[in-house]
Design a protein. Structure first.
Length: 80
């Protein structure tokens, strides 16, 4: 019963990382954190207001950059 056979895949033993401990966030997570739409976040990324890191096909946003952006004043509208 408790024996794992070679045909059974081993379960991932890593603990999930809590959002507060992450260094990089997905676009969806970053947009939620800033309370903006994903489209608005994409506009900010395209205009280099927020930097990204690309790992393979994934686009990840550093938490530090999101915090820096959130602390700054932004008197103009995000999108035209």
């Amino acid at each position: 019963m408790g024996v794992i056979s070679e045909s059974q895949p081993l379960r991932d033993k890593r603990k999930p990382v809590r959002s507060a401990e992450k260094l990089l966030l997905s676009r969806e997570e970053a947009a939620t954190l800033l309370s903006i739409s994903r489209r608005s976040l994409d506009y900010l990324i395209a205009n280099k207001a927020i930097s990204v890191r690309r790992i393979g096909a994934r686009v990840l946003i550093p938490v530090k950059d999101l915090q820096r952006f959130a602390r700054a004043d932004h008197p103009s509208r995000v999108a035209g």
